[in-house]
Design a protein. Structure first.
Length: 304
């Protein structure tokens, strides 16, 4: 039996249900639990590159650097806590990595790692690495380094590399090997945030606003209109705390039973409704209420 190449299998990947803001939110909220400064390091590929093998070569290089740092200096590699992959205009993928720099020891490990990287990068087909401690002139003309005293600001900075269609461009490519982003599992657990919970929050805005219309798809009419997390008390309380509401305040939201209305998408939005869930209730809801009121009046007259 023939096996299709990886590139052909990637071409059939379904579109991502997550938004660039989701990834940025997870990065910000997770890095908020890092106590102390972090540094941002950018790793590139050379003029001639191969995106499909970039991740494999990156792992091999880090293994080599681990050995060299221990042999030369008796140091462990710096600890990475997050990274984001980005596709450059020329088509080459590169990484933006966040390393801990809270102590003099951690900063020394970053410096030694950058020095060793520059020595061995060409052997593994990787390119330039940015020195995070070097001062460079920003767009505003000010000199600054890539040391962030507040780690959540580094998370917001990383989120910019996913906006403006860059996330969609990376996910639609068939020759990627790096994950679009990675966050330390310890930080994800501490923050409680994940891509799935970002979708819950968007759905929670619609539930609280009364615009939730259930799930789309051929079986949408067979399931409850409220999302599944609503019936798990811990998850429901977490979502309500994020959006600043309480379960009792939205308990009378219409749409607790039955199937979805036509035009609903995966976030429970009406077709054309804003993604944030904070927009006004659609006119369709008001028309439906008037029709129900008229029908109720007719049934009352008939009974009398």
């Amino acid at each position: 039996m023939s096996v299709q190449p990886a590139a052909a299998r990637r071409d059939r990947r379904p579109p991502s249900r997550h938004l660039p803001g989701d990834l940025g939110r997870v990065l910000r909220e997770s890095l908020r639990f890092v106590h102390g400064p972090v540094v941002l390091v950018t790793v590139t590929q050379p003029g001639e590159f191969d995106n499909l093998t970039a991740a494999k070569r990156w792992r091999a290089l880090n293994g080599r650097l681990r050995v060299e740092l221990d042999r030369r200096y008796g140091l462990h590699p710096p600890r990475i806590v997050a990274r984001v992959a980005q596709r450059q205009r020329r088509g080459a993928d590169h990484l933006h990595c966040v390393y801990l720099a809270r102590t003099p020891d951690q900063r020394e490990r970053v410096r030694a790692w950058v020095e060793a990287y520059r020595e061995f990068a060409s052997v593994y087909g990787l390119g330039f690495v940015d020195d995070p401690f070097r001062l460079r002139r920003g767009r505003d003309g000010q000199m600054r380094d890539m040391v962030f005293e507040q780690p959540e600001i580094a998370g917001a900075y990383l989120g910019r590399y996913l906006a403006g269609g860059q996330l969609e461009r990376f996910l639609s490519a068939s020759d990627t090997s790096w994950r679009v982003f990675w966050v330390s599992p310890e930080l994800l657990k501490a923050s409680g945030w994940s891509l799935e919970r970002c979708r819950w929050v968007r759905q929670g805005w619609h539930v609280a606003a009364g615009t939730w219309r259930g799930s789309a798809g051929p079986f949408g009419g067979l399931v409850t209109r409220l999302p599944s997390w609503w019936f798990r008390p811990d998850d429901r309380d977490w979502v309500m705390s994020v959006i600043g509401s309480s379960a009792s305040s939205v308990g009378n939201v219409r749409g607790g039973t039955g199937g979805p209305a036509a035009g609903a998408d995966g976030d429970g939005r009406e077709a054309g409704a804003p993604a944030g869930g904070r927009g006004p209730a659609p006119k369709r809801t008001e028309r439906r209420r008037r029709r129900e009121a008229i029908a109720a009046g007719r049934s009352g007259r008939t009974a009398s």
